[in-house]
Design a protein around this ligand. Structure first.
Ligand code: PLZ
Length: 454
């Protein structure tokens, strides 16, 4: 039994780790629920895969018709420790039995403090740090901007092409892609400035010198168009998630962080999607030893319960006036208990190492596919965060129709895959880090067949 398989046993999912279709997708029970959903739920909400879930664990989702589907999305990089991980269940049950809510700002509890201690310890940098907890990734990003403005007494926020930071008014303005996130929802908050991204596959500059030349371009624009003395923060995802798993070339993030530091600008890493072992490191910034002033976390933090965090330099986090940050549910005791279970599980199962192993399997198989299928323009990612960008063969033109055809084929064959990218032409793979190797390889077999069937 390989290390990958052993981990699944330890996470304790007693669901058989197999792909198994009992009906067509969607089956009759899912179809019935989809009809009820259409009547009751606002039509504005998307549905990546047309099945309703009954149970999930390890690397599988069991739908209401008894189909066992391989989960290559982990609820968008959330259930890194798997669905219903043992320690998450245990700690959540103990917590709900003790109390469910007091509001941390009314009567505090130890779990919140423990999660903050863990975040201060786990995030990059040895300097004194402090944290605050919220409910969603967007809320963490909003609070990062509030703190950065309060500390620097400057208004401007720099973000990037292809960036994603959320759907609230401020974070929607920080998000790059119009459809579906922003269209018709403006006006957006002022003082948000978008810069070109170092994206070697679609570079504004010489792709061989993408890091240096993009940095030159950005620093020039910041100086001439915004004024460095007006910039509170540069907010960037160390690997862009929704934008299509864009991995900036080496040197870009350290260059940006150094530039920020020399100009009194805070460097904010949005690690909402990349955090908690996903990329084969606890946080993606570690790859180039970048130490952010502030770091936002959510998704993988709490094994599926809603929780987010903002962690940063103690003097920055303490610069806000008393009671300046907060919220009724932020850092809920139940979500904190889940987070402590998830963080412990990451350590117990060595999920950081496992993410690297998953990454090696995925990238080797995807690079093989790229040789066979000219529709694959690029394979990229880090650790268990891998993607392929689809193009019209022989060009760099985005191919979103091939992308949706691959997704449909995978779904019909019991594999859930997600898309991403400004041009909706990226297939992204984010398996739970406890997925056994045989299941991962089976998902990749189906993905290969999907390309063959194009
Ligand atoms: N920052 C880097 O990836 C959430 C969005 C799903 P919330 N990404 C998934 C969708 O279509 O709404 C995300 C992210 C990064 C912030 C966020 C926002 O996190 O928890 O969705 O608010």
């Amino acid at each position: 039994m390989s290390a990958l398989d052993e981990g699944t046993r330890l996470t304790g999912s007693n669901l058989p780790q197999v792909r198994h279709l009992q009906t067509e997708i969607p089956g009759p029970k899912s179809r019935e629920l989809i009809a009820r959903r259409a009547n009751a739920v606002s039509a504005s909400l998307g549905m990546a895969m047309p099945v309703f879930v009954e149970r999930a664990g390890g690397g599988v989702i069991i739908d209401v018709d008894g189909n066992s589907i391989i989960d290559m999305g982990a609820g968008i990089a959330v259930v890194n420790v798997g669905n219903s991980a043992d320690l998450v269940i245990e700690k959540v049950i103990d917590q709900v039995k003790a109390f469910t809510h007091t509001c941390f700002m009314v009567v505090p509890y130890e779990g919140y403090v423990e999660v903050c201690e863990a975040l201060n310890h786990l995030t990059p940098g040895d300097h004194p740090k402090k944290s605050a907890l919220f409910n969603s990734g967007a809320e963490a990003v909003e609070n990062a901007v509030k703190v950065a403005r309060a500390y620097t007494k400057r208004p401007a926020v720099v973000v990037f092409e292809h960036g994603y930071h959320g759907r609230t008014n401020l974070t929607m303005g920080m998000t790059a892609k119009n459809m579906p996130y922003k269209d018709g929802f403006g006006p957006f908050a002022p003082e948000i400035y978008r810069m070109p991204m170092a994206y070697p596959f679609r570079s504004h500059v010489d792709p061989q010198r993408c890091a240096e030349e993009t940095l030159d371009l950005i620093t020039h624009k910041m100086e001439k168009e915004i004024g460095l003395q007006n910039i509170a923060a540069i907010v960037i995802e160390p690997i862009q998630g929704e934008g299509g798993f864009i991995v900036p070339p080496r040197g870009f993030l350290p260059g940006l962080a150094n530039f920020a530091k020399s100009n009194g600008i805070l460097f904010v890493a949005d690690e909402v999607q990349t955090g908690f072992a996903r990329t084969g490191q606890m946080f993606a910034c570690e790859d180039e030893n970048v130490v952010p002033d502030l770091i936002t976390t959510a998704k993988g933090i709490a094994g599926g319960l809603p929780l987010s965090g903002l962690t940063g330099r103690a003097e920055v986090m303490d610069s806000v006036h008393a009671s300046g940050l907060g919220g009724t549910f932020g850092g809920s005791p139940v979500a904190c208990a889940a987070a402590l279970g998830a963080i412990q599980t990451i350590a117990d199962l060595d999920l950081i190492k496992r993410a690297s192993e998953i990454g090696k399997i995925m990238s080797a198989r995807l690079l093989e596919m790229q040789k066979k299928y000219p529709v694959i323009g690029e394979v990229r990612g880090r650790g268990a965060m891998q993607a392929v960008e689809l193009v019209i063969p022989g060009s760099a033109e985005p191919n979103s129709s091939a992308t949706s055809a691959v997704v449909k084929f995978c779904q019909a064959n019991g594999v859930l895959v997600l898309t991403a990218g400004t041009y909706s032409n990226v297939l992204r793979f984010l398996p739970p880090l406890v997925m056994p190797a045989h299941l991962l390889n089976e998902a990749l077999d189906v993905i290969d067949q999907a390309f063959a069937a194009l």
